[in-house]
Design a protein around this ligand. Structure first.
Ligand SMILES: Cc1cc2nc3c(=O)[nH]c(=O)nc-3n(C[C@H](O)[C@H](O)[C@H](O)COP(=O)(O)OP(=O)(O)OC[C@H]3O[C@@H](n4cnc5c(N)ncnc54)[C@H](O)[C@@H]3O)c2cc1C
Length: 489
């Protein structure tokens, strides 16, 4: 919802032809080798700057994480990003640039299972007879599906927003910033309020129960994509890790793995980044004219900043208050793709079991042999029970829940599994930023602004938070800031 300052066309041109070549080369320290850091480093190196990328973990890609082991037969699960909306032009521009291809990702199909309220039906049955799910909605809501009710509730706001000028949009965002999705649906300022039971049904079917206290505007950004019937989604053929991996030939000399930033020190003529070398335990120091910090604010909280006042009051507030939602994903490998015999070719199962959403693989459809199902994707409060378990326990519980959808056959078919908690991941402490009420107005304006010699990138600093698109946008924006910054010479 926040309005970006660089236009899409300008950014696409920069990806294609690069930044203006600099006459004032700088030494730029980039912290974090996720998509934001890789994009910024690639553009700045091409423009003639010296870059050095400090990455705490032992790999690049950050929240793009394709888990290949312990799966067999070349199978994998996407623990992080797994789908790209067709209107994420910057991602597609990089895919084209690196010669990567995509496969359609089916978010939903008429054969999707819906197992809620003790009822087990298919999506097509639900769309025909929504009352089969037995939610005690108000009489005027009977016969209406969660999709219809949700679209009707959002339509007046969305059509008003789309008609407004940029200034009008900003005013409306300020006006609506105090709402959570829950309060919007129950007390819709633009249309009919919904019964608590209709809101409950919407939250279960749209996987919003874990996020009901998050910002209405933040959730709307996500929903707006999924509610658009003309928008198709895609996955990267062969695994999402191919996208960050494509930057390696250009940047492998500049990337320092296992270097955890622990302190930023700004001096009048340089910036120093102190790291703890995760292999040796020793403190190291990297000096530059400028730094680009791309790490999530959730983990920037651990980093000392000297002098403290080199960051503004509002930046400190944003670093402390920006929330990263908990997320756990668990993938299970089975000997055969039995779900395809039951009619699932991609798509998902919607449940009110602890696993919540199950995603069936979109690649390898129709092939013989094993496959990996994303047996559980939980976020927000729904991830809490999973975070209390070990990875092995999560795999067992996910298998038990999947057995309730597909019967005891799953125990015979089960081969192996993997589970990843982003809450327990030390380099993001959560999955992606999602605002709470009032944070668009009170935090967002201060998140991307440079503080002295330190620039900020990462999905959380972008107009598209929570997406690879946002990470790329922010990497381009930070590279433009640094390249245009002539103060140093
Ligand atoms: C579960 C999940 C599902 C998602 N689904 C999608 C999706 O389907 N589609 C989509 O487009 N996007 C999705 N996303 C979002 C997308 O993955 C992110 O927006 C994007 O990858 C973030 O890139 P980034 O560069 O901003 O941050 P990151 O990828 O987090 O990069 C930051 C880097 O900094 C490193 N780091 C952290 N702390 C330090 C430190 N102290 N010192 C040095 N380095 C440090 C980290 O290890 C990391 O490599 C999903 C994310 C998650 C977690």
């Amino acid at each position: 919802m926040p309005l970006g300052s660089l236009k899409d066309g300008e950014m696409i041109r920069i990806i294609r032809t690069g930044l203006t070549r600099t006459h004032h080369p700088q030494k730029v320290i980039i912290v974090g080798a996720g998509m934001a850091g890789l994009v910024a480093a690639s553009l700045l190196k091409d423009a003639g700057h010296r870059v050095e990328i400090l990455e705490a973990s032992g790999r690049i890609g950050g929240r793009i994480l394709t888990i290949r082991s312990p799966f067999t037969d070349g199978l994998y699960m996407e623990a992080g990003a797994m789908r790209i909306p067709g209107n994420h032009f910057l991602v597609f521009e990089y895919l084209r640039k690196w010669g990567l291809t995509v496969t359609p990702f089916q978010n939903d199909t008429p054969m999707d299972l819906i197992c809620v309220n003790g009822v087990r039906i298919r999506q097509w049955e639900y769309q025909r007879q929504p009352d089969l799910l037995r939610y005690p909605v108000w009489p005027r809501e009977r016969g209406e599906s969660a999709d219809t009710l949700l679209r009707r509730a959002l339509r007046p706001f969305l059509s008003l927003y789309r008609r407004l000028s940029p200034e009008g949009k900003r005013r409306l965002i300020r006006e609506m910033d105090g709402y959570s999705m829950e309060t919007y649906l129950r007390h819709n300022p633009w249309g009919a309020a919904l019964s608590p039971e209709a809101v409950e049904m919407i939250k279960v079917i749209w996987d919003l129960e874990g996020l009901s206290e998050n910002s209405f505007l933040g959730i709307l950004e996500i929903l707006d994509l999924f509610l658009n019937p003309r928008l198709h989604f895609y996955e990267i053929t062969g695994g999402f890790d191919r996208l960050p991996g494509a930057f390696l030939p250009q940047l492998k000399e500049e990337i320092r793995l296992r270097q955890q930033m622990v302190k930023i020190r700004q001096e009048p003529d340089r910036v120093l980044i102190y790291t703890r070398n995760r292999e040796t335990g020793k403190l190291e120091q990297y000096g530059g004219d400028t730094a680009i910090v791309t790490i999530p604010f959730s983990v920037l909280r651990w980093v000392d900043v000297e002098p403290r006042a080199s960051f503004s009051h509002n930046k400190w507030k944003a670093i402390r208050e920006l929330q990263y939602i908990p997320t756990v994903k668990t993938g299970l490998q089975f000997k055969s793709r039995f779900w395809e015999q039951e009619g699932h070719q991609g798509g998902k199962a919607v449940t009110d079991l602890p696993i919540r959403f199950v995603y069936y693989p979109n690649h390898g459809i129709g092939s013989d042999g094993p496959g990996v199902v994303l047996a559980s994707y939980t976020w927000g409060d729904d991830a809490a029970p999973w975070n209390s378990l070990s990875a092995d326990e999560r795999i067992s519980r996910a298998l038990e829940n999947v057995a309730r959808l597909h019967g005891p056959r799953v125990y015979r078919e089960f081969v192996t599994g993997s589970s990843f908690s982003w809450t327990r991941h030390p380099w993001s402490a959560g999955s992606f930023s999602l605002y709470e009420p009032l944070q668009y107005t009170e935090l967002f304006p201060f998140i991307p602004t440079p503080e002295g010699r330190v620039h900020f990138a990462g999905e959380h600093t972008s107009s598209n938070p929570g997406w690879i698109e946002g990470a790329i946008e922010s990497g381009i924006r930070a590279a433009v800031e640094v390249n245009g910054d002539r103060r140093r010479k």
